[in-house]
Design a binder for this molecule. Structure first.
Ligand SMILES: *[C@@H]1O[C@H](CO)[C@@H](O)[C@H](O)[C@H]1NC(C)=O
Ligand SMILES: *[C@@H]1O[C@H](CO)[C@@H](O)[C@H](O)[C@H]1NC(C)=O
Ligand SMILES: *[C@@H]1O[C@H](CO)[C@@H](O)[C@H](O)[C@H]1NC(C)=O
Ligand SMILES: *[C@@H]1O[C@H](CO)[C@@H](O)[C@H](O)[C@H]1NC(C)=O
Length: 505
């Protein structure tokens, strides 16, 4: 109790000074020490999951196979285990709602399984059980005053759609948008926050470099077809919502970008860092959020030259028509993004071996990505902890695209420690939340933060422990138990004070 009062007291102190007219002094005071920061009262806290990672019930009722189901059944060695049961949220969703309530969440982010709702992949047939499952989940959340934030597509493409070319086939724009239309028509009366497609960077750039579903290897062409088709599919879904549903329900729609923040390793690396940001974020954000629309020009030219030098007769990054530019431009009501980590960018030295993670565009751009040696790492090498990166990124996005509403749809700590005493997750979370508070103070309109994840789930197997709740995957009941981070986060949601108790004494 004492700890709770700490943030409140300071908040009041600032308020009193404001009323006595010492505005400047109070502003200096708030800015002078991070430990006095608080998230605003209107700020919303959430936690997130995705269908394939938690639901299980992969063949329940009339659900059809998704690309993940197919991959893990045909090639069981792809990852460690499969998600046939996962957290069994297909059956245990009431417990999930109870956890969201225990945490005091304002929002719960989950995704809809396309192949559960539309077993044929197409909107000719809607599964009654699929419809009921999501409808019950949404109603259950609303009963507890928790806002559903619904991702329409989170990697688990129906296998049939994949067999027809998946995200490389331009027709997917119509297939996806008619699926989205079904989702809006069924749940639009109750859902106000819509996320069309999760992390297109991973979907396309990892999916077409054989690192995740659909495990295809076509980095030169497939990846860029997917890139463009994702943007058109998102925009078509957005326009359907805008025309048919927004006037009645007044909800909001965004795509979800994954954005690893990038900073130049040395002042000389500024230009190459800007190009790398275009490569990572701009290929998915610029067409939607910029005033000009279309591809980021500098990157488009760079890739055009590159493709020519490799003998490709036409641009590998497919150009937009004027009509397409107009369709995609402005097709979002806010900017949703997932943020976990930061990298330093520098030009590769002549002859230097470049990391092979093609998603990073290392070879293509001739860059090396590093972390500062002073940064902490998570339980995997790619995960470096640099909380200031989130604030820098938010300011960058505002400067680049204007004064948008921002929603952080994922942020959390990559841990492989299954214990309940997850102090590193608590540590990571408060430090990143503090940077969110600082970004708000900078004038960036961040309206919410969704922690990844509500519970442990199928990630690359079950070794990643992102959960506020642990899940016992050996127990047929998939018992969920709150970790220290769950107790911490439930305090944050109630007090809006980001600091853990031991810091406040
Ligand atoms: C569903 O999948 C499980 C394996 O996860 C299998 O044991 C079961 O027989 C399948 N059920 C049906 C109806 O195909
Ligand atoms: C993807 O990688 C796996 C495992 O490394 C390999 O067996 C498979 O042939 C690769 N697939 C493609 C399409 O390159
Ligand atoms: C931030 O965005 C929300 C939602 O769009 C809006 O209601 C609010 O007025 C914005 N705040 C500022 C300071 O612009
Ligand atoms: C699983 O749940 C059932 C029904 O609630 C209960 O009878 C059983 O003891 C539980 N099993 C375990 C291992 O907790």
């Amino acid at each position: 109790m004492l700890q709770k009062i700490h943030c409140t007291e300071l908040y009041l102190a600032v308020g009193i000074m404001f009323y006595s007219g010492v505005v400047l002094f109070s502003a200096v005071l708030v800015g002078s020490s991070g430990s006095e920061l608080k998230l605003p009262s209107w700020f919303q806290f959430g936690a997130g999951t995705s269908a394939f990672q938690i639901e299980g019930g992969w063949n329940a009722s009339d659900k059809s196979e998704s690309v993940w189901d197919r991959q893990l059944h045909l090639f069981p060695a792809t990852l460690d285990g499969n998600a046939d049961v996962a957290c069994d949220s297909y059956h245990l969703w009431r417990r999930d709602i109870e956890m969201a309530e225990e945490l005091g969440l304002d929002m719960y982010r989950f995704s809809i399984s396309w192949s559960r709702l539309l077993p044929t992949g197409f909107s000719n047939y809607i599964s009654e059980d699929g419809k009921r499952y999501y409808s019950d989940l949404i109603d259950g959340l609303l009963e507890k005053g928790i806002e559903p934030v619904v991702t329409i597509h989170h990697f688990d493409l129906p296998q049939r759609i994949q067999d027809l070319g998946g995200w490389a086939n331009p027709l997917i724009a119509d297939w996806f948008s008619s699926y989205a239309n079904v989702v809006f028509s069924l749940f639009g009366n109750r859902v106000k926050y819509w996320l069309t497609i999760n992390e297109p960077l991973i979907l396309c750039d990892s999916g077409y470099t054989n690192q995740t579903v659909p495990y295809l290897d076509d980095k030169d062409i497939g990846r860029f077809l997917c890139n463009k088709n994702v943007l058109i599919a998102h925009a078509k879904a957005y326009r359907i919502y805008e025309k048919e549903y927004k006037p009645i329900y007044n909800g909001k729609v965004s795509i979800v970008n994954l954005f690893v923040w990038l900073q130049p390793a040395t002042p000389e690396d500024k230009d190459i860092t800007d190009l790398t940001i275009q490569y990572w974020e701009g290929r998915y954000g610029h067409a939607i959020y910029s005033k000009q629309g279309g591809w980021p020009k500098e990157l488009e030219n760079f890739l055009l030259e590159k493709g020519r030098s490799e003998g490709y007769p036409s641009p590998r990054l497919p150009p937009f028509t004027d009509e397409e530019v107009a369709l995609v431009k402005g097709s979002a009501d806010f900017y949703a993004f997932n943020h976990y980590s930061t990298r330093l960018v520098r030009k590769a030295k002549p002859g230097e071996t470049i990391g092979s993670w093609p998603i990073l565009g290392s070879q293509e751009l001739g860059i090396v990505l590093e972390r500062d040696p002073s940064w902490e790492v998570g339980d995997t090498v790619w995960f470096s902890v640099y909380p200031e990166g989130l604030r820098n990124q938010l300011n960058y996005l505002k400067e680049t695209y204007g004064d948008l509403e921002f929603l952080i749809t994922e942020n959390g700590f990559f841990s492989t420690d299954p214990s309940l005493d997850d102090t590193r997750t608590v540590d990571y979370t408060w430090k990143y939340l503090e940077q969110v508070a600082l970004a708000i103070q900078d004038g960036v309109n961040v309206t919410g933060y969704i922690h990844w994840s509500l519970m442990d789930n199928f990630d690359k197997g079950y070794s990643a422990k992102f959960g506020l709740y642990s899940v016992d995957f050996n127990d047929p009941n998939r018992t969920r138990t709150p970790r220290a981070s769950a107790r911490y986060y439930s305090k944050v949601t109630r007090t809006h004070c980001p600091y853990p108790e031991d810091l406040e004494q």
